[in-house]
Design a protein around this ligand. Structure first.
Ligand code: UDP
Length: 329
C-alpha cells in the first residue's frame, strides 16, 4: 500500500513542486486548492497519473478526505505582499481557520503534519541573520500583518496540538524561494523584474534598493522540506539560502541575465518592507544535514527559461502594480 499525502495549496508554486516530489518518491498524492492564487496549469502534467488526485476545496471550510492519510503538508496561503493587499481576510483565514481544520484532520487520521511558516514571522528584523530563537518585530496592523500574524498564530496552534494532543508536527520557516511556476503577476520581485525585462519595460526598484533578500531555488527548498517532514524534529526550522543581495544589485544582475538594455527606475518603498533578510540555517544543517546547493546564477537561468517560455498573452497579464498608496509616511 502506497503512503498517502495531502498537500494543501497543491496547485500553487511550492505546493505543485511538492506534488512532483512526492509522486517521484512513490506516494499517492491528494492536492487540495481553492485556486484563488493557485493555477491548474501547475499540476496538469500530473492529471494522467493514477496516484494523483485533485480536490477543489477551500481549507477554511471543514476538510473531509476519505481513507487513510499518512502525511499532511499545509501550503495553502496567499504568499506575496500584493496578494495580502488584495485578499487580506482570506489570508488571515487560511493561516488560522485553515490550519485548525488541518490539525483536526491530522489528529483524526493520526497523520504527521508539516506547516508552511515563513521568515515573515520575524517581521522587519532587528537581528541579523535571523535564527529560530529570534521572536520577531512585526507590525500587527500593517499591510503585512494579515500574513505575519496568521502565520505566527499558525505556529502557536501547531505547537498546542503537538503538546496537548501529542500530534506529530513539523514547522518550516520558509525564506524567499523562487523558480519555475511562480505567478508572473504576484508582484514578487523575481517575476516582476523578469516580466519587466521580457516586456521591454524599466525595472522598478522600491526604495533605494539597499534592502536585502536571500533567494533559495525551489529544488533546494523542496529537499529541505522533505527532510524536515521525515525527521523527528518538532521545533521550527529555517529553510532558505544564505546568499544575501541588495535589491538594487539584484536588478543589475537581472539586466545582465536577460541581456536587455532596460533602465532601473526607483519607486516608493512599500510600508513595513523588511530592510534586511537572511536566514541562519545552522539548525537545518545540524538536524536535517541540509544546505542549499544551487547557486543564484544557476537557479535564475532556469527560472528565466521558464518565464521566456510563457505566451505573450501571459506576459501581458502581469501588469506592474503601484505600491504608492502603501509607502512609509
Ligand atoms: N521589490 C522591488 N521591485 C518590485 C517588486 C519588489 O524593488 O517590482 C522589492 C520589495 O520592495 C522587497 C523585495 O523586492 O524589498 C522583495 O520583495 P518580494 O515581494 O519579492 O518579497 P518579500 O521578501 O518582500 O516578501
Amino acid at each position: 500500500m502506497k503512503k498517502r499525502v495531502l498537500i494543501t495549496g497543491g496547485a500553487g508554486f511550492l505546493g505543485s513542486h511538492l506534488c512532483d516530489r512526492f509522486i517521484t518518491e512513490g506516494f499517492e498524492v491528494i492536492a487540495m486548492d481553492n485556486l484563488i492564487t493557485g493555477d491548474l496549469k501547475n499540476i496538469q502534467h500530473l492529471f494522467e497519473n493514477e496516484d494523483f488526485h485533485f480536490y477543489h476545496h477551500d481549507v477554511t471550510k471543514f476538510v473531509h478526505v476519505s481513507g487513510t492519510i499518512d502525511y499532511i503538508l499545509h501550503f495553502a496561503s496567499p504568499a506575496s505582499p500584493i496578494d495580502y493587499l488584495k485578499i487580506p481576510i482570506q489570508t488571515l483565514k487560511v493561516g488560522s481557520l485553515g490550519t485548525h481544520n488541518l490539525l483536526g484532520l491530522a489528529k483524526e487520521k493520526k497523520a504527521r503534519i508539516l506547516i508552511a511558516s515563513t521568515s515573515e514571522v520575524y517581521g522587519d528584523p532587528l537581528v541579523h541573520p535571523q535564527s529560530e530563537e529570534y521572536y520577531g518585530n512585526v507590525n500587527t496592523i500593517g499591510p503585512r500583518g494579515v500574513y505575519d500574524e496568521a502565520k505566527r498564530f499558525q505556529e502557536s496552534m501547531t505547537m498546542a496540538y503537538h503538546r496537548f494532543h501529542g500530534l506529530e508536527t513539523r514547522i518550516a520557516r520558509i525564506f524567499n524561494t523562487y523558480g519555475p511556476r511562480m505567478r508572473l503577476n504576484d508582484g514578487r520581485v523575481i517575476p516582476a523584474f523578469i516580466g519587466q525585462a521580457l516586456r521591454g519595460e524599466d525595472l522598478t526598484v522600491f526604495g533605494d534598493g539597499s534592502q536585502t533578500r536571500s533567494f533559495c531555488y525551489v529544488d533546494d527548498q523542496v529537499e529541505g522540506l522533505y527532510r524536515l517532514l521525515m525527521s523527528e524534529y518538532t521545533n521550527p526550522v529555517n529553510i532558505g539560502n544564505l546568499d544575501e543581495i541588495s535589491i538594487l544589485d539584484f536588478a543589475e544582475e537581472i539586466i545582465k541575465l536577460t541581456g536587455t538594455d532596460q533602465k532601473i527606475v526607483f519607486k516608493p518603498l512599500p510600508k513595513d518592507d523588511p530592510l534586511q533578510r537572511q536566514p541562519n540555517i545552522d539548525r537545518a544543517k545540524e538536524v536535517l544535514g541540509w544546505t542549499p546547493s544551487i547557486s543564484r546564477s544557476e537557479g535564475m537561468k532556469k527560472t528565466y527559461e521558464y518565464f521566456k517560455s510563457l505566451s505573450p498573452e501571459e506576459l501581458e497579464k502581469s501588469e506592474h502594480k503601484d505600491f504608492s498608496k502603501h509607502i512609509r509616511e
